[in-house]
Design a binder for this molecule. Structure first.
Ligand SMILES: [Zn+2]
Length: 217
């Protein structure tokens, strides 16, 4: 099965992607992970990407596409893959459409995890991190200990990262809407889109996801 996962930050698509990919025994491909891997292995595409990163620039679309192409050619991707967080904009989507056609593959489904903005803000703004041990919490779903010390040592300090503050979250969601939002209509037009309600609990989302894909639990 070949799948693309689409959805706003905070919808939990990374969690769903990891668990579904494991169930289907296909690789879970996120661009961040393949970039790190390419850098570690010092592949020619990895070294190309490094030039841009060292200069403080974004890795251009063409290089990201090459990373995806390289990843698709690895043996474990022969049976399928799950792309998570790529494509991110219409240009990348067209490039991916072309690549898939060129490789004579079919994209089975694009899953869009839908969720209201207020709920995304609630989820993202509740994140807390320990400055000392890096442990993450959520004020509603995984509350930090009342003492404020997670490891028992006196050095723990639980705080909200600046990019988890409401203003920063709204900015991230706005960028997502502008850049990635149009992909919903793009894939709907290609008749590849399936919408899953991402506003429910993780286990319920997982169940709906397997339901729409016709997988038995
Ligand atoms: Zn701590």
């Amino acid at each position: 099965m070949r799948l693309v996962f689409l959805g706003p930050p905070g919808v939990g698509k990374g969690t769903q992607a990891a668990s579904l990919a494991a169930d289907l025994a296909i690789p879970h491909i996120s661009t961040g992970a393949i970039l790190r891997q390419a850098l570690e292995r010092q592949t020619s595409t990895g070294l190309e990407a490094k030039k841009f990163m060292d200069a403080g620039d974004l890795v251009p679309d063409a290089v990201v596409l090459q990373l995806v192409r390289d990843r698709f050619s690895e043996p474990d991707a022969a049976a399928g893959w799950l792309l998570d967080g790529y494509p991110r904009n219409l240009d990348q989507a067209s490039a991916l459409d072309q690549l898939i056609q060129e490789l004579q593959l079919t994209l089975d489904h694009v899953i869009f995890f839908d969720c209201a903005e207020t709920e995304l803000v609630r989820r993202l703004s509740g994140r807390r991190v320990c400055r000392n041990c890096g442990e993450t919490f959520h004020i509603e779903f995984a509350p930090p200990p009342e003492s404020g010390h997670c490891s028992g040592s006196g050095d723990c300090e639980i705080y909200q990262r600046s990019d988890d503050a409401e203003e920063a979250i709204l900015k991230r969601l706005e960028v997502y809407q502008r850049e990635t939002g149009p992909l919903v209509e793009h894939y709907r037009g290609l008749d590849q889109l399936i919408v899953v309600d991402g506003a429910t609990a993780i286990e319920d989302v997982a169940q709906s996801l397997r339901g729409v894909l016709g997988l038995t639990p």
